[in-house]
Design a protein around this ligand. Structure first.
Ligand code: UD1
Length: 422
C-alpha cells in the first residue's frame, strides 16, 4: 500500500488549481439514469470515488466514457439492463445510494443495497426512504437491500425532512423530476452541490425552483433530455488547501475558488488571524505574522461550518495559540484523526462529539495512519507544519477525494512525495 512522506519545510507560496467537486459529481452522474439521452459532465475530478460511481452505472447498463484525461465524463442510459445496485459496489461508497431516486423515477422500481456502517458513523437511509415513500413509493428491506417500487409511478407531495440530509435531498429531488404533479420538499439541504445538481437537472428539462433555500419545489415532467454541465468547484478541496498557507505560513492563491462556497469557513480563518481575499482568479490566503489564534468550531449543515473540513481545521488548531473547542454535530465518531495528531505531539482531549485542542508551538513528525478521507488530508497538513518527517499510510482514502495532492502541494513549495508500497 502506498504512503505519503511529508517533511516540514516552512512557508508555502504560489498557486493551487481547485478541481470540480467530488460530491457534486457523485450526484450529477446518477442523474444520467433519469433520461435516455446523453449527459456530459465537464470539470470532473479525477478520483477513485468517480471510478466507483462509473462502475456502478456501468453495472446498470449505462455507457460511461472518461474523456480528456478524466475531466469529461460522457454518459448514456438509453439501454439500461438492471435496476439493482449491488452490495459489492455500494459498500465501497455510500454515495452509491444516489441511484435509488433516479432508477425508481424512471423505471418504477429499484433495488439498492444498504451501505452498512462506515468509519464515520452509522449513516442510515431512513430519510431517503421517508421522502420517497411520501412520493408514493413502497419500500421494504430484504436481505440487506432496499426494494423500492412505484407501480403506478411516483406522485408529487409535500414532504418535510426531519433533518436536512444532503443525500436524501438529492435522491428526493431527482425522483420528483419525473413524478406526476408538484413536490414541495421542506427542510431541504442547501449545499452548493445541491444547487449544482438542480442547475444540471434544469438543463435536462426539469422544472425546479428554490434550490439553495430550505424549500425546493419540483414540478414533475414526462421526460428529461440530454445536457452538458460543468461541475461546480470543490469547496472542500478549496478549504483544505486554504489551510496549507494557514498552517505553514506564506501566501497561496486557490485558482477557481469563490468566497460564496466557503463563507463560514473563511470567517473562522479570519478570526484565527489568516487573511482570505477574493482575486480575479480565485481566493488568496495568507498568514504572515506569527501563530494563528485558537477559534471554536461547530459543524453544521451548509451554510454552517462543513463537517468535511473539521479534521483539517483541527490540524490548524493543534498549532494555534490558545485552546479551541471543536464540536462535531453532523457525524458521530468523526474524531479518529485526533489520536493520530496526538502522536505528532498535539494536545487534544475528546469527549463524545467535542474535541478540546490546546495549541502547541510545534508538531513533531511521526508515522501516522489515515482512517478516512478527510482525516488523511488533515494528517498531511499537520505533517507540512511539523518538524521532521511524517509518513501517512493507507493513502487509498486520499485517492478517493483529492486528485494530484502531491503535485499540487509540491507546486507551492511543500516537500512531499508518494512512496510506492507492495
Ligand atoms: C454528504 C457528503 C459528505 C458530507 C455530508 C454532510 C456526498 C457524496 N457526501 O454525505 O461528504 O460529509 O453530506 O455534509 O455528498 N442521516 C440519517 N438518515 C438518512 C441520511 C442521513 O440519519 O437517511 C444522517 C447521517 O447519518 C449523518 C447526517 O444525517 O449523521 C448527515 O448525513 P447526510 O447529509 O445525508 O450526508 P451524506 O449525503 O451521506
Amino acid at each position: 500500500m502506498d504512503s505519503i512522506l511529508v517533511t516540514g519545510n516552512g512557508p508555502l507560496n504560489g498557486q493551487i488549481p481547485i478541481a470540480g467537486a467530488k460530491n457534486a459529481c457523485l450526484t450529477l452522474m446518477p442523474a444520467t439514469l433519469l433520461s435516455e439521452e446523453p449527459l456530459t459532465l465537464t470539470n470532473a475530478p479525477r478520483l477513485s470515488d468517480i471510478k466507483t460511481m462509473t462502475a456502478l452505472l456501468q453495472s446498470l447498463g449505462a455507457e460511461v466514457s472518461s474523456l480528456q484525461d478524466g475531466q469529461v465524463i460522457a454518459m448514456s442510459s438509453h439501454n439500461l439492463t438492471s435496476q439493482t445496485a449491488d452490495y459489492d459496489i455500494v459498500r465501497k461508497m455510500r454515495a452509491s445510494n444516489l441511484v435509488l431516486g433516479p432508477l425508481l423515477a424512471r423505471f418504477g422500481q429499484a433495488v439498492v443495497s444498504l451501505p452498512g456502517g462506515c468509519a464515520i458513523g452509522a449513516r442510515p437511509m431512513d430519510l431517503h426512504v421517508e421522502g420517497l415513500e411520501a412520493l408514493g413509493a413502497e419500500i421494504e428491506l430484504k436481505d440487506g437491500y432496499l426494494h423500492a417500487r412505484a407501480p403506478g409511478g411516483l406522485k408529487g407531495a409535500v414532504h418535510e425532512m426531519r433533518f436536512a440530509s444532503v443525500g436524501a435531498t438529492e435522491n428526493i429531488v431527482m425522483a420528483a423530476t419525473l413524478a406526476k404533479g408538484t413536490t414541495v420538499l421542506k427542510n431541504a439541504a442547501r449545499e452548493p452541490e445541491i444547487v449544482d445538481l438542480v442547475e444540471c437537472l434544469r438543463k435536462m428539462g426539469a422544472q425546479i425552483s428554490g434550490e439553495g433555500s430550505s424549500t425546493i419545489e419540483i414540478q414533475g415532467v414526462d421526460r428529461l433530455h440530454g445536457a452538458t454541465h460543468q461541475v461546480v468547484t470543490d469547496r472542500i478541496e478549496l478549504g483544505t488547501y486554504m489551510l496549507a498557507p494557514a498552517i505553514c505560513g506564506g501566501e497561496v492563491e486557490l485558482l477557481g475558488g469563490r468566497m460564496s462556497l466557503v463563507e463560514s469557513f473563511a470567517a473562522k480563518l479570519d478570526a484565527a488571524g489568516v487573511s482570505v481575499a477574493e482575486t480575479q482568479n480565485g481566493l488568496k490566503v495568507a498568514r504572515k505574522n506569527g501563530r494563528v489564534q485558537a477559534v471554536d468550531v461547530v459543524t453544521e449543515p451548509f451554510p454552517g461550518f462543513p463537517t468535511d473540513l473539521q479534521a483539517q481545521m483541527m490540524a490548524l488548531m493543534c498549532t494555534a495559540e490558545g485552546t479551541s473547542v471543536l464540536e462535531e454535530r453532523i457525524f458521530e465518531n468523526r474524531f479518529m484523526h485526533a489520536p493520530e495528531l496526538v502522536r505528532m505531539g498535539a494536545n487534544i482531549e475528546v469527549h463524545g462529539g467535542t474535541a478540546t485542542v490546546t495549541g502547541v508551538e510545534a508538531l513533531k513528525g511521526a508515522p501516522v495512519m489515515a482512517t478516512d478521507l478527510r482525516a488523511s488530508v488533515s494528517l498531511i497538513l499537520a505533517g507540512l507544519a511539523a518538524e521532521g518527517e511524517t509518513t501517512v499510510s493507507r493513502v487509498y482514502h486520499l485517492d478517493r477525494g483529492y486528485e494530484h495532492v502531491v503535485r499540487k502541494l509540491e507546486g507551492v513549495g511543500a516537500k512531499i512525495e508518494r512512496i510506492k508500497g507492495e
